[in-house]
Structures are given as C-alpha cells and as structure tokens.
Write a protein that binds this ligand. Structure first.
Ligand code: ADP
Length: 304
C-alpha cells in the first residue's frame, strides 16, 4: 500500500505555482523526511495530503487510494501543523478531554500514561509549558488518535537539541510499537537523517529526489581525482555537483557501486552521507534522482 500517491500534482496560489508536477508513490511503513528550503512547497504538499487544500492540478490519494480529507482519511491520518497549535489557556487534562470528544478513535489511557511519563502535571496550562513540552503534548494528542499516518510540519524548528531528541524518540517509539508511517517536513536535514529511511527533496515547488535513503546513498559516490582528468570520465555519467581546485576535483555522481569507470579515469569513489547528497541536489535544482522505469538520471554537463 502506498500511504501517499500522487501524479502531476500541483497547487497554485493565484499566478504562482507553489507545487508543480509532483509525482510520488511512498510505500507504507516508512519514516519519511520531506526536506527543502523555505518556500519550496513542503507545507503546501502536506496540506494537500491532509485535505486542508485542494489540488489545482493532478491526482492525489492517501492510505492506498483514499481521498485526502474524506471521512475515512480523517480518522486514519493525524496532522501536527507548524508551531504545534494548541489552546494555550487550556490545561493538559482539559486538552486531552477535548481531544477525546473530538475524535472517534481516542486512546485516553495511553494519552494519560504518556503525559505522566513525560512528567507534565495534568493541571499545567499549555501556555506555561516549554516549547519542547508543548510539542510533546501535540504529538501525544496526534498519536492517541491511533493514526496509520502521522504528518508533522516542521516539528523540530522551535525545539532545542534535547527536546528534539526526546520528540524524535517519542515518534520512533510509535513507529516501532504501532508500525505507523510518518512524514516529517524540515528545512534542515540535521537529525532527520538519523531517523528517516525515506527521503523526498523539494526544490522550488518540484520533487527533486525521492526514494529509500539507503538506495539513494548506495546509488551515489563522491569521485575524487585530478582536475585535468575530469574529461576522461564517461560522458554519460550523471554528475550532480562539482567542487574544483587547481589539483583536485570532487564530483558527486549518480553512479552506484561500480567504481571501474571512475578508477579508469584516475578517480577514487568514496561513499556519500545523506546530508551531503541532499545539499548537492539543492545546490543544483535541475538535477533529479527519481525512481523511473530504468532508474536512470539524465546525464548533464559537469556543473560549475
Ligand atoms: P515551505 O513549507 O517549503 O516553506 P510553502 O508550501 O509554505 O513552502 O510555500 C510555497 C510557496 O507558496 C511560497 O512561495 C509561498 O510564498 C507560497 N504560498 C504558500 N501559501 C500561500 C498562500 N496562502 N497564498 C499565497 N502564496 C502562498
């Protein structure tokens, strides 16, 4: 089952396309990092997925063919919007009671136990809690609905490193115990690369990279070799980014595990990290790594 499936999906705000020609098929059971700079269309995509906005173009379904925002989708998808919106004047206990009334599926015992584990007094007003604790309450409310798909828009932005760690641990525990799928959006990859096993990179409203993190990492190498040998590399080798110096050039290439063509040109092939890979694509918005019939990427000129 694909938790999110879209083809040619687009959303326009007046004359500006916030999202264009977005085609994805994300299988269930993943922790997905949706990464891109501010303004790249992440919130727009997530709001389409939860049915808060309607597409201007293309098709979109969730949970194996369900229409976003429909009754079956609403009960199975939980969404935590940016800044963990909560009623600041309500107490923690009242927040849980309100959520219990608003949701058909609601695990009150689990929610209360979790608040106790977090050492948050039920009588505390939400507005008086730290942003880390507020985020924990928001995710507790989302998880107590027992969703199959949890969507979190920029959940880490306001949290300090310790709160980020605790927040991610809470989400990963839900993934491990209940097998839910999670989509995080973020404008920075730091920390998400530890937890995400599926990556979608958005740039200027289009999907630049999509796929399982391990497969993407295994499909790329950093080629390091003499600058005057660059022309000896196979012309069809997809080069994503280049750092040139007088003597040595480093090329991030989509070339899989076969080091021979690079070695023949005098280049050594080093493994790449997820963050390095994402940054290389973001620096070159024309480059793509998308699953296709052949899995091939267009060859291109070595970028300057
Ligand atoms: P991100 O979440 O990656 O920061 P957004 O989806 O919020 O990106 O925005 C993508 C683009 O759409 C930006 O150029 C933004 O200014 C524009 N945009 C988003 N929401 C609206 C809106 N309600 N009206 C007009 N333009 C919008």
């Amino acid at each position: 089952m694909n938790i999110i499936e879209c083809a040619g999906l687009g959303r326009r705000y007046r004359r500006i396309w916030a999202l264009r020609d977005c085609t994805l098929a994300i299988p269930a059971g993943h922790v997905v990092a949706l990464v891109g700079p501010n303004g790249s269309g992440k919130t727009t995509l997530l709001e389409l997925v939860v049915g808060l906005r309607v597409p201007s173009a293309g098709r979109l379904s969730v949970l194996g063919g369900v229409a976003p925002g429909s009754i079956p989708a609403l009960s199975r998808v939980a969404f935590v919007a940016q800044d963990a919106p909560l009623y600041r004047q309500l107490s923690v206990a009242d927040t849980l009671r309100l959520a219990a009334h608003l949701n058909h599926r609601w695990d009150h015992q689990w929610a209360r136990r979790r608040v106790a584990e977090l050492a948050i007094p039920p009588s505390a007003k939400l507005g008086a809690l730290s942003s880390g604790k507020q985020a924990q309450i928001a995710v507790t409310v989302a998880l107590a609905r027992r969703p199959e798909l949890l969507i979190l828009d920029e959940p880490l932005a306001r949290l300090d490193p310790l709160a980020r760690h605790e927040f991610l641990a809470a989400v990963l525990e839900a993934v491990a115990t209940d097998g839910i799928s999670v989509v995080f959006s973020s404008h920075v990859l730091a920390e998400l690369d530890r937890v995400a096993d599926y990556l979608v990179v958005l740039s200027e409203g289009h999907v630049q990279v999509a796929g399982e993190t391990d497969t993407l990492v295994a499909g790329h190498r950093m080629l390091v070799g003499p600058t005057d040998h660059v022309d000896l590399l196979p012309a069809e080798l997809p080069i994503i980014s280049a750092q040139r110096a007088d003597q040595q050039t480093r090329l991030l290439a989509r070339c899989g595990g076969d080091p021979r063509p690079a070695a023949e040109a005098g280049f050594r092939a080093e493994p790449v990290g997820v963050e390095e890979l994402v940054l290389a694509y973001l620096r070159h918005p024309d480059a793509t790594a998308l699953p296709g019939p052949s899995g091939a990427t267009e060859s291109r000129e070595v970028p300057a």
